[in-house]
Design a protein around this ligand. Structure first.
Ligand code: AMP
Ligand code: MG
Length: 516
């Protein structure tokens, strides 16, 4: 096998690597933790793999040559048919709370960690075959859900929302049974770390404190070194584990603010789907809101609405408590440890509303202005107005941005913002309030800032659905077109106006469940 992906420890006498190989030198990362944390195994090959798409930006960050990415060797690697030299594929073990209930051991049931690149990126193949943690599952991911994950990863990044990334999407005609027979695909996911809250819960619930400590020390050393720095953790008595909890809580608060501001619903906020780095992770039944309905439930399997849009910030806090519970044995003993853990979680309660307020102010064009007494009511009334008529969330903000900028957009994102409402009198009264607030401001500048805060394009369910339908027929061009637009969602792309329009009637009938 050619030395495609070489360890950075290799001697200078190693054969010169190919273009792809040079960039993907590996180093020991998660593998350092030891056998308690994973099971080593190779991906299971798929027949007749085919490229669907890849992310140029992610390839660039990994230093991968575009030409090499088009090679047969790259296709084999990212379909899981060839283990690159120096990679150390493994499935990691974690547990978690699912829908509020302790679910016990879960783990990477269909994702394999290939390793960590010398540049600090972990690379995973999702859908690469069964692992010891697959339980009843087949270890595969279907093309439909893989397209959604691939597009969402890059769309979220385009919006500036912290997320795991996607380098590549490959497909195979191999049949995979879900509600109906579908076909297999593999998403190559990339993130600095795929560690989840559930990794900590796994060892805490089994009372395996030494492994818990090993994991926490690794995460602190690699991703949160400031938590060892006593001055920054003085409020928490210099306790590095409490400081870690606080740091994760703050990142999660910022993530929730971004989700809410962009109308993103995750759909399955189980603790095993919560990233220790505050990234959006595990795209399943996610959805960007069409009309603004605060109670919207995007997951057809979530009959109780536990993960409804407006509950996400509270659920994140609940999940942080689970993480705090797991870290408790490291934080200390008895009442003082409890008090420290609570103190570490407390800042979430201010950080989230503050971050959301900041994001909504930016959406309204108030970012550059000193906050005034009437601003919070104005922000709240804006959301109330949108909720009353379930106004289209993305089109509203985009048209409003053009209104303030005094510019014209193209397609349906142009046009009076008032026209989005049935009760035009209420909408006009609200708009006059905003205009009055912006009276002394530099409107063109505020408008430009709004156009950079309010995307023209988001990955609406029906857009994903259209790309999936074409891809199932072997045509990946719609997907690639959509991807290109979502990578730069604040740009006008007038040739792609159709992707910025109202959802068609059938969009509300799309049912996305956990099936993937
Ligand atoms: P999810 O709801 O996608 O976050 O998955 C929850 C758990 O089920 C994780 O441990 C996944 O690895 C596992 N899982 C989901 N689908 C499959 C599958 N098709 N095969 C094996 N494991 C799976
Ligand atoms: Mg998951």
């Amino acid at each position: 096998m050619p030395a495609t992906l070489a360890r950075d420890t290799e001697t200078p006498s190693s054969p010169p690597p190919s273009a792809g190989a040079q960039a993907l030198a590996w180093r020991a990362g998660f593998a350092r933790l030891g056998d308690a944390f994973f099971t080593r195994l190779p991906p299971r090959p798929l027949p007749s793999p085919q490229w669907v798409s890849h992310s140029r930006d992610m390839a660039r960050r990994l230093g991968l040559d575009e030409g090499w990415l088009r090679s047969a060797e790259a296709l084999e690697i990212f379909a899981g048919n060839r283990v690159p030299d120096g990679a150390d594929p493994m499935a990691t073990v974690y547990s978690g709370h699912q829908f509020g209930v302790w679910a016990g051991q879960l783990g990477d049931g269909r994702a394999l960690l290939l390793g960590e690149t010398a540049g600090g990126y972990e690379i995973q193949l999702k859908g690469a075959g069964p692992t010891p943690y697959s339980r009843m599952g087949d270890g595969r991911a279907v093309l439909r859900s893989s397209i959604r994950e691939f597009l969402a990863s890059e769309a979220m990044h385009g919006l500036g929302i912290p997320t795991t990334r996607a380098l590549a999407l490959t497909a195979s005609p191999q049949p995979v049974r879900r509600e109906e027979v579908e076909t297999a695909a593999v998403v190559t996911r990339v993130a600095p770390s795929f560690v989840r809250f559930g990794h900590f819960e796994h060892f805490a619930y089994a009372d395996r404190i030494e492994e818990l400590r090993t994991l926490a020390d690794y995460v602190i050393e690699r991703y949160y070194p400031e938590c060892r720095d006593c001055p920054s953790t003085a409020r928490l008595g210099g306790n590095a584990y409490a400081a870690l909890l606080e740091a994760v809580a703050l990142r999660t608060a910022r993530l929730m603010a971004r989700w809410q501001a962009f109308g993103f619903c995750h759909g399955v906020m189980n603790t095993d789907n919560m990233s220790i780095l505050g990234l959006t992770i595990d795209y399943g039944p996610f959805q960007f809101l069409d009309g603004f309905d605060p109670n919207h439930i995007c997951n057809h399997s979530d009959t109780q609405g536990r993960y409804a849009y407006n509950r996400q910030p509270n659920i994140a806090y609940w999940n942080l408590f689970c993480l705090g519970q797991a870290l408790l044995p490291l934080i200390g003993e008895g009442e003082p440890a409890h008090a420290l853990a609570l103190a570490a979680l407390e800042p979430y309660r201010e950080a989230f509303p503050a971050a959301l307020n900041e994001a909504l102010r930016a959406k309204l064009g108030l970012a550059g202005l000193p906050e005034q007494d009437g601003d919070r009511p104005l922000v709240e009334d804006t959301l109330r107005l949108l909720a009353t008529e379930r106004t289209d969330y993305t089109l509203f903000w985009r048209r409003l941005s053009h209104h303030v900028a005094g510019s014209t957009g193209t397609g349906v994102s142009d046009g009076p913002v008032i026209d989005l409402f049935v009760d035009t009198a209420a909408a006009r009264a609200w708009l006059e309030r905003l205009d009055a607030r912006l009276a002394g401001a530099d409107r063109p500048q505020a408008g430009l800032a709004m156009l950079a805060a309010n995307p023209k394009y988001v990955l609406r369910n029906h857009l994903g659905e259209e790309a999936i339908r074409a891809a199932k027929l072997g045509d990946f061009s719609a997907l690639q077109r959509l991807q290109a637009v979502l990578e730069a969602p604040f740009d006008e792309h007038p040739a792609h106006d159709a992707l910025a329009g109202f959802p068609p009637d059938w969009a509300s009938t799309i049912e996305i469940s956990c099936s993937s």
